[in-house]
Design a protein around this ligand. Structure first.
Ligand code: AMP
Length: 547
């Protein structure tokens, strides 16, 4: 027998409609590319999102079309976030920090029909224009006519100014109803080896994630909150915050490209921000600014940190020097991203001093609605005793089942679990702590670097026989790549010349900080490089480096 409750599709437009109707005056504040501050409300944002749909319809955009964005956090990007899925199309956020070759691969793989870009990425768009002309027909610069930059496109592509496009449209649009399992957004991740892979979110997964994320033991969004996501909107939908704020009517404060410590501190104080979220490297930069300038954060109560492990000094310094609580979260692009959040249960609520910090370093408990387990090499589940560590697997309604272009379920094991590539313990209270990573990648300042790509380039050097790149801990960037090479018989290696091989082939920040020439590299019985041995030996190689 079926229940007799109303059946209503969980749609992203429903979040925005709710905010416009119930939190019409709720604020959205953006620092623009030009450095000015733009303010409007959830009601105005919803009206402009409708107008954008009308403009997109005039460009011929249809359901299921992918609309790429190369943009920082700001109100125009937010409008694309809601207009694209609201009309049944897909908002495809692209990480502008990647090498242009990776960006054009991603745009072509996604088959983006339109590309939105901040004016700051005009030259990037010109660089990739020829390579993406097979799919992108319209490029829209997220600015007004007065600030349009020079952009060179390929034949067959049309350049538009966002505000001019908006001026030509009307708001006469009613958000349509459709199946909640329809794809809503696409985000590529390089979190696994090889080429970036697309995670295709649905309306249902996004709305469920927004509901769970707003819970008191997770982000705890309230209508009175003023939330500043430093985490970019091209990183897993800014951890779902743009959706979560609409759900609860919280004010959304967006810093654009101004993410240095001083700019963030000013914006947080000026806009009375009380909660903010981002990766540890951002918080270390903010801390450095506060200490150097003597500035205080007058309204911030909570900093959510995730994307990489939180260093203990971060938690201690903000707590002891500024009275701000740093809360630790863990997740992945494939998980929308929220997985675990470190909020105390009864047994942890009274912890103080060093014991409290030790506990806060754990990545936290799984959110309601999803599940996690740790398994050994044979796939057998390990106990939650805080000691046994194994491969961390997850499942639930906001976790990917396959990557874009693959068959549903292709990314899961036979029991429907997704392997995260993280290795962890889980204690008897359900707090998960990451101890290692089985995926062979480096996470620097919250961004991935592919060790395989770096190794392949290193072995193209005429003197290099074999190369291994490992993630070494770093005081500022969390991890940086360290390259170890062996020489071909009879050759000697000049480390500087190895670094020269990378020129033009990778994004500059991917360049290994150091090249170590070694006699030999360790191998497993099957002849594969034994990275674990290298990681143990060299993991602290950069820890003396100046921040
Ligand atoms: P991404 O898909 O780029 O969000 O990266 C997800 C991966 O980042 C996870 O699988 C972890 O390896 C790492 N990660 C995310 N949050 C944390 C955290 N709080 N502590 C340690 N590693 C983390």
């Amino acid at each position: 027998m079926l229940g007799l409750m109303q059946s209503q599709n969980l749609l992203i437009s429903g979040l925005l409609k709710h905010a416009a109707r119930n939190h019409a005056a709720g604020q959205i504040v953006s620092r623009t590319h030009e450095g000015t501050t733009h303010r409007y409300t959830w009601a105005e944002s919803e009206r402009r999102a409708r107008r954008l749909v009308r403009a997109l319809q005039r460009l011929g955009v249809r359901e299921s079309d992918r609309l790429g964005t190369l943009a920082m956090n700001g109100y125009r990007h937010l409008e694309v976030y809601y207009a694209a899925p609201g009309m049944g199309a897909i908002c495809h956020t692209i990480n502008p920090r990647l090498h242009p070759d990776d960006i054009d691969y991603i745009v072509n793989h996604a088959g983006d029909r339109v590309l939105f870009a901040d004016p700051g990425f005009a030259s990037l768009v010109s660089t990739i224009a020829d390579a993406i002309k097979g799919c992108v027909r319209d490029v829209v610069i997220l600015t007004d006519a007065a600030n349009m930059p020079d952009v060179t496109l390929a034949p067959g592509m049309t350049l538009h100014c966002y505000e001019t496009l908006m001026d030509t449209a009307d708001e006469d649009y009613a958000w349509p109803d459709f199946d909640e399992n329809t794809a809503s957004a696409l985000c590529y991740t390089s979190g696994t080896t090889g080429r970036p892979k697309g995670v295709l979110y649905s309306h249902r997964s996004t709305v469920l994630h927004a509901y769970a994320g707003a819970l008191p033991d997770l982000f705890c969004n309230k209508a009175t909150d003023r939330i500043l996501p430093v985490v970019p909107m091209f990183h897993v939908n800014a951890w779902g915050i743009p959706y979560g704020c609409a759900l609860t009517g919280s004010a959304l404060v967006m810093p654009g490209r101004h993410m240095d410590g001083a700019s963030l501190a000013n914006m947080m104080n000026d806009e009375r921000v009380n909660m903010t979220a981002g990766v540890p490297t951002i918080w270390l930069g903010l801390l450095q600014h506060l200490r150097a300038s003597g500035d205080r954060l007058t309204t911030v109560k909570r900093i959510v940190t995730g994307g990489s492990a939180a260093p203990p000094m971060l938690i201690e310094a903000f707590r002891d020097e500024y009275g701000i609580r740093v809360e630790h979260a863990w997740g992945m692009t494939e998980m929308s991203p929220l997985g675990t959040y470190n909020s105390p249960k009864v047994a942890q609520a009274g912890l103080e001093g060093a014991a409290a910090v030790k506990h806060m370093l754990k990545q936290g408990r799984i959110g309601p609605g999803i599940d996690m387990k740790i398994v050994d090499g044979e796939g057998k589940e390990l106990p939650w005793d805080g000691v046994a560590f194994g491969d961390l697997k997850v499942r639930g309604p906001w976790i990917a089942s396959a990557y874009f272009g693959d068959e549903p379920g292709a990314a899961l094991d036979q029991n429907g679990w997704f392997a995260t590539g993280d290795v962890s313990t889980i204690d008897p209270e359900g707090f998960m702590e990451i101890t290692d990573r089985s995926k062979d990648v480096i996470k620097s300042g919250g961004e991935w670097i592919s060790s395989i790509a770096l190794e392949n380039i290193a072995v193209s050097h005429p003197d290099v026989a074999e190369a291994a790149v490992i993630a070494a801990r770093h005081p500022k960037w969390d991890e940086r790549p360290l390259l170890l090479v062996t020489a071909k018989p009879g050759h000697t290696i000049d480390p500087a010349s190895v670094l020269k091989v990378y020129e033009g082939q990778i994004a500059k920040w991917w360049l290994p900080d150091e090249v170590l020439v070694v006699e030999e590299l360790p191998h497993t019985a099957t002849g594969k490089l034994q990275k674990t041995t290298l990681r143990i030996k060299y993991k602290d190689h950069y820890m003396g480096a100046a921040g």
